[in-house]
Design a protein around this ligand. Sequence first.
Ligand code: PMP
Ligand code: GLN
Length: 376
Amino acid sequence: MGTTIFAEMSALAAETGAVNLGQGFPDTDGPREIAQLAADAILAGRGNQYPPGPGIPELRHAIAWHHKRWYGLDYNSGSEVLVTAGATEAVAAALLALVEPGDEVIALEPYYDSYAACIAMAGGVRVPVTLRPPDFRPDLDALRAAVTPRTRLILLNTPHNPTGAVLTRAELTAVAELARSRDLLVVTDEVYEHLVYDGEHVPIASLPGMHERTVSIGSAGKTFSFTGWKIGWVTGSVDLVTAVRTAKQFLTFVNGGPFQYAVAEALRLPDAYFAGLRDDLRRKRDLMCAGLSAAGFEVYPPAATYFVTTDIRPFGETDGLAFCRELPHRAGVVAVPSVVFYDDKQAGRSQVRFAFCKRMAVLEEALARLTRLRTG
Ligand code: PMP
Ligand code: GLN
């Protein structure tokens, strides 16, 4: 494993002064009143010492409440909810807990970079099923054909980074049927659950028979624009959450005590907060899709997330990695080559991902700069 693409590209942005549309983090912090709660917690001495291993009860209650409020899901906050150091630790702990050496893990590619690393750390074998443009729909026959007697679990990510695809209820129903009939577990990364512009987010855990075989993962980072706080969570049946907690104890044990108090309140923010975040990002998505298209990229508009995938072949170029390494020098913008998220390098070679969780003026400046690509 080398340096993550996010670290490489953010360093390149810092070095060149380019507009950073690579690593996905907002350039505006989340709600001030929530930040104030974290500051208050620190000064009041709440959470400054190790919080309980599974997370503070207030946050576990809030996570259970949130899942009921949005999806009608019932989790026991005492035994079926676990707070983690971001979704990253949740993915790591879930895979370390559930995958034995030699087990196969099916994942939809392109996939978030930590998946490959964590499958490898667990000694598992990753089996990619490729999503292809323009729609990046999962090929359900390919998914079924990928299952072998060694398959342990299916690792899902919906809404999907980097493509912005949202798995439909019908697609998830097919995945759930497959999991039930072949006795597989599902680990589902749903950190972009509230950033859906077209369609709806359906947690696979809400489908019949899936509660007991699904580990669901969420994060405050994306929903509340506090990516540095690293507060994430896992929900699932008692057995699955116990297994994940066992692994988690030896990764970080606990993290972010004062932030847990603040996120407990954030999860109960009124619906208007969630709608406001989504509407703001939808406008940014529309601006970016139109602007990138005008700049000459082939654009695959995302239904969700704050990323847009493009293709550089209209510029007569095919090597996304080389393109991204040169882009700060050519146009003063940083993006991420999607090829790093693929095992099938050919499939992702010419794709480039732009993040749009930035202020409008920053996006407009980036788009103005990108028009230079065509004019030279
Ligand atoms: N999963 C996906 C799909 C992501 O895009 C990210 C990064 N933002 C993460 C997990 C990691 O989330 P966190 O920052 O909460 O660790
Ligand atoms: N999830 C973010 C992205 O996809 C980056 C997180 C990270 O830097 N590890 O851009």
